[in-house]
Design a protein around this ligand. Structure first.
Ligand code: 4AD
Ligand code: MG
Length: 477
């Protein structure tokens, strides 16, 4: 007798064989039909019980959530809804689940409720589908880069630098919080800390990835990233996963080409390999949208939207053009934007990004050549002296999904910039060395993995696409 997964059994032609299968009970109907799921697929395997054959004390324990091992014969199904089913010979209850206590009952649970049961929510259809798609997407990320000659580099999680210069870092320290050692001027003396300096969890692997690009040519990182920004939104996490390719000799145009090709590549992978889960998620989204006002519903079903993005060119627009569009837009003139666009130089908020993508262009947009003042220190200054070679990829329903740039490769220009921002040059000595020895044009970007999973699964809240979300006041599990 062989042990199979539900997925294997549902696609086998090998009927009349004796099989063993383990999984969790989804439902048990009429004391006869067990819908069993083992996580291998969104579909359940129907197991048909002859209650005269199975001990009634065993059947009492066959309730939603119980873990079972079943043996029986695989036959063509008599009923509708499945091709094959198992005629049960024996049931072993591995672990029961008291219906009075087990929170995941076969009824609709709110996503908020399930967030509080994050240790059990993966047993629901919605979360198992999301997490299988998430797994497939991460495989697709590695496959894309590995096939295209990139090397995977593990950048450190503990660093001493603030790559983005936003100061939103989680400190890493072993000092006694009640009585830290102080220096002569009464400040905490980090020289006595574990690393002999102030350290934090990384906000980006970019600076270290740049060092590797300057030796390996084409590299990418894919790792956890931490930001202590106090933004309680449906698009922000305090711990998220970021993918950061970095390529020697690429300029901004090549960087945009890479971002677009990469995103399309991973979308095509899941379109080909996650059909069942995407079909389920598409239906979930349609059901959810029925409860919303017409104006808030998306214009395309999920799979059609993914195909649309995978098959159409992203619109490339300079920041300057975007500001002109926004300034003259209806919501700006009618003062509907929370932040009105008055002049060139304004930072774009998510409401502006989404207007451009969802209302104006109606497709993904790559904005480039942003004002230097609103972007990070490392971006390549343009000849105009006021814009930098930055690019953000903006997606429908998401807003910014990618942020990247060509990097400043000229030592003197970078030193001036660092001075202007009051950054201590000594902290970045190794980063500046890249510009001292064999410097070259290079570019890269960061894609927020959870924002990609959000887009692909059609979910509305980023906390529902990562197993155990970390956000302000929330680090359970
Ligand atoms: O635009 P960001 O801040 O860019 C960087 O960190 C660069 N160092 C990347 C690079 O050029 N190598 O972040 C990149 C992406 C954003 O576009 C967004 O998708 C995601 O990371 N992101 C977040 N995702 C979830 N929660 C947060 N708090 C995020 N902050 C950024
Ligand atoms: Mg950004």
């Amino acid at each position: 007798m062989s042990t199979y997964s539900v997925k294997e059994l549902l696609s086998t032609d090998n009927l009349q064989q004796e099989v063993t299968i383990s999984g969790w009970v989804k439902t048990f109907r009429s004391n006869r039909f067990i819908a069993l799921n083992d996580g291998s697929t969104i579909h359940n395997l129907q197991c048909v019980v002859d209650f005269e054959q199975i001990d009634s004390t065993i059947l009492k324990e066959v309730a939603t959530g119980a873990a079972l091992t079943i043996t029986g014969t695989l036959v063509e199904s008599q009923g509708k809804g499945q091709q094959v089913e198992i005629m049960v010979d024996t049931i072993t209850v591995l672990g029961s689940a008291d219906p009075e206590q087990y929170p995941i009952q076969p009824k609709k649970h709110s996503l908020e409720f399930l967030r509080e049961k994050a240790h059990l929510r993966v047993r629901t259809n919605t979360f198992s589908a999301i997490m299988r798609v998430r797994s497939a997407l991460s495989f697709a990320v590695h496959q894309y880069f590995q096939k295209n000659g990139f090397y995977y580099v593990h950048t450190p999680i503990i660093t001493g630098s603030d790559a983005e210069g936003a100061g939103e870092m989680f400190r890493v320290s072993t000092l006694d919080p009640k009585a830290p050692p102080l220096d002569d001027s009464g400040e905490v003396n980090y020289k006595e800390d574990f690393f002999g300096k102030e350290t934090n969890l990384t906000v980006s692997g970019q600076l270290e990835a740049e060092t590797f690009a300057m030796g390996l040519g084409k590299v990418y990182t894919f790792g956890p990233t931490f930001r202590a920004e106090n933004s309680n939104t449906s698009r922000h996490l305090a711990e998220f996963w970021m993918i950061e390719p970095e390529v020697a000799f690429n300029d901004l145009a090549a960087n945009m080409d890479l971002a677009e090709d990469f995103i399309k590549g991973v979308l095509n992978y899941v379109l080909e390999n996650c059909t069942d889960d995407l079909t389920f998620l598409e239906k979930r989204l349609l059901d959810e949208e029925k409860t919303k006002p017409q104006a808030e519903r998306s214009e395309m079903p999920l799979i059609e939207k993914l195909k649309f993005v995978a098959n159409n060119e992203f619109k490339r627009v300079s920041y300057t053009e975007a500001i002109a569009i926004l300034k003259n837009s209806k919501p700006n003139k009618k003062k509907k934007f929370q932040y009105l666009i008055e002049e060139w130089g304004a930072d774009l908020q998510s409401e502006h990004e989404r207007f451009l993508v969802e209302k104006h262009f109606k497709c993904p947009v790559i904005l480039f050549d942003y004002p230097a003042k609103i972007k990070a220190f490392y971006m390549r200054l343009n000849e105009d002296g006021k814009t930098v070679r930055a690019m953000d990829v903006l997606f429908p329903g998401i807003g910014e999904i990618v942020g990247g740039s060509q990097r400043e490769e000229r030592l003197d220009v970078l030193q001036d910039k660092i001075k202007e921002l009051g950054i201590d040059e000594k902290e970045l000595w190794w980063y500046l060395d890249l510009r001292r020895f064999g410097t070259a044009e290079h570019s890269g970007f960061g894609l927020g993995f959870e924002r990609l999973v959000l887009f692909v699964t059609g979910m509305g809240n980023i906390r529902d696409v990562i197993p155990f979300p970390r956000s302000p006041q929330n680090a359970e599990f």
